[in-house]
Design a protein around this ligand. Structure first.
Ligand code: KG4
Ligand code: ZN
Length: 342
């Protein structure tokens, strides 16, 4: 079957055509228009501008990349229904509903966080071919808006172990990058700088890493960086990589402390990383090392699927195909706060 995926939850307009057949799949089309350049001027995503950009990009993207005949071969449409920015979600969902109504193709609404997990299915064929072998999986979702540790017992079966009480991991990268005046988007720039620094140069706190349970916190870490800078008064350019590397190490140690605890308590059969921060090289290495230490398979998404993209929406659509219906266009609502696991 062929699934059209549409993603517009934040600042990436993305469409994908995923063909699934007899134990394998092919990503026939995957096009993403990033709005980074536009939002750079403002130092962050401006929701109204993001929505307008989606509106301008989405339809031309669909008509130039997916021709009429190709459209007829689509079996299902999958669209991000939340969580995300309300105005951005609105554009993708409305387009998907219109397409479903006009073409009579079944439609399914997809949870963006669940889709980040399925970016691993796009990256590892063995996972796609024999998912059961890897369940229960311990999943760490680290994005700009969410940081959650989850046990995935099967497709659509999740148990939340814990989440951040304040800032998400990606958000803390972005905020510290702003404090350091590194530019936008903060996460990737800060992590690049960190590659040239000493992660042991400054001992920033590891929030909640020794506390019981799986709740996490990153806003205090940002404040610790701020205090450090205030105390120093002047920071030379040479010290910047050390600050970035030390901050990044503190985030990763805090995350890994909870991952290690969950590995001991739940003895999962695999370890999975998901979300925009999964692009972080140091976090990927820590994750892979942890999997090796515990002698379980570890999955990290390919870099092309770590950020927001429609391929992961189409892949999730495949595993949610039973929920797709020709009538969904009447009822599907976008929800900026769409819950994932409670
Ligand atoms: O999943 P995502 O693309 O969007 C949301 O659903 O939130 O995640 C974006 C987040 C941003 O906070 C961005 O700074 C962060 O992921 N990010 C990184 C890296 N690449 C992206 N954070 C740390 N290191 C990176 N290499
Ligand atoms: Zn995302």
């Amino acid at each position: 079957m062929t699934i059209l995926g549409i993603e517009t939850s934040c600042d990436e307009t993305s469409i994908a055509l995923l063909k699934v057949s007899a134990g394998t799949f092919k990503l026939q089309k995957h096009v993403t228009a990033s709005q980074i350049k536009i939002h750079t001027k403002y130092g962050g995503v401006v929701p109204e501008i993001a929505a307008r950009q989606h509106l301008e990009a989405l339809q031309p993207m669909l008509s130039s990349h997916i021709g009429r005949t190709q459209f007829q071969r689509i079996d299902q449409i999958a669209v991000t229904a939340g969580p995300g920015l309300i105005t951005s979600l609105m554009v993708g969902v409305q387009e998907a509903k219109t397409l479903s109504y006009v073409t009579g193709k079944p439609l399914v609404g997809i949870n963006h966080l669940e889709a980040h997990i399925y970016s691993n299915w796009l990256s590892h064929l063995e996972l796609f071919q024999d998912s059961k072998k890897y369940f229960p999986a311990l999943v760490l979702i680290v994005s700009g808006g969410h940081t959650e540790l989850i046990i995935m017992k099967g497709h659509g079966q999740y148990m939340l172990l814990g989440q951040t009480l304040d800032d998400a991991a990606g958000e803390s990268f972005d905020k510290v990058a702003k404090i350091l005046d590194l530019g936008y988007p903060g996460g990737p720039i800060l992590s690049k700088l960190a590659e040239y620094g000493n992660p042991k140069a400054i001992m920033f706190p590891r929030p909640m890493s020794t506390s019981a349970g799986y709740a996490m916190s990153f806003s205090g870490l940002k404040t610790a960086v701020l205090y450090f800078l205030e105390k120093k008064k002047q920071v030379s350019k040479k010290e910047m990589p050390d600050i970035a590397a030390s901050f990044q190490a503190a985030v990763i140690d805090s995350l890994m402390a909870k991952v290690q605890r969950a590995l001991k308590e739940y003895t999962p059969r695999s370890l999975m990383l998901a979300g925009g921060v999964a692009a972080n090289k140091a976090l990927r290495s820590s994750f892979i090392a942890e999997g090796k230490k515990n002698e379980i398979p570890v999955f990290v998404p390919d870099l092309e699927f770590t950020g927001d993209n429609a391929a992961m929406i189409a892949m999730t659509g495949y595993f949610r195909r039973k929920n797709a219906s020709k009538n969904t266009w009447r009822t599907l609502r976008f929800d900026p706060q769409l819950p994932f696991v409670k």
